[in-house]
Ligand binder design. Structure first.
Ligand code: NI
Length: 139
């Protein structure tokens, strides 16, 4: 970080002590780094709530590959949303279950549409979406 601003923060003692305890437990070396992370997390959350923003994201899912035509449907869906899909990781968990992670980049609205479409497919046991930032705006 080349350009630092210094702030003084005022808060009730009890809140301050709880925060201090929490950041000690998490292993932060100092309060400033903990507060920077909170601010970044808030900026990412805000971005994820704006459908026209661009973001990076992952969808993590577990599905039963024996389920009728599920593989074909998942592949077709990833082609339909091909402009989003940067990379996929596939792990054969056991005889039935596959773990797949899609790495995505694009408009939040499209990312959420793909996540919704995947999670309602029969045979998909669990799907979770994490929207994060492309990074440039966070120092
Ligand atoms: Ni598999």
């Amino acid at each position: 970080m080349s350009d630092l601003e210094r702030y003084t923060i005022t808060m009730p003692r009890e809140l301050f002590e709880s925060f201090d305890e929490r950041i000690r437990r998490r292993g932060y070396k100092n309060r400033s780094e903990a507060i920077r992370d909170l601010v970044r997390a808030d900026l990412v959350r805000e971005k994820a709530a704006r459908p026209n923003q661009r973001a990076a994201a992952t969808i993590t899912m577990v599905y039963d590959h024996h389920h009728h035509e599920l593989n074909e449907k998942l592949t077709a869906m990833q082609h339909d949303f091909g402009e989003l899909v940067v990379s996929t990781l596939h792990v054969h968990l056991d005889h039935h279950n596959c773990l797949e992670v899609l790495v995505l980049r694009g408009q939040v609205r499209r990312i959420e549409a793909l996540a919704d479409a995947i999670s309602v497919l029969k045979g998909v046991k669990h799907a979770s979406l994490t929207i994060t930032t492309e990074g440039a705006e966070l120092a």
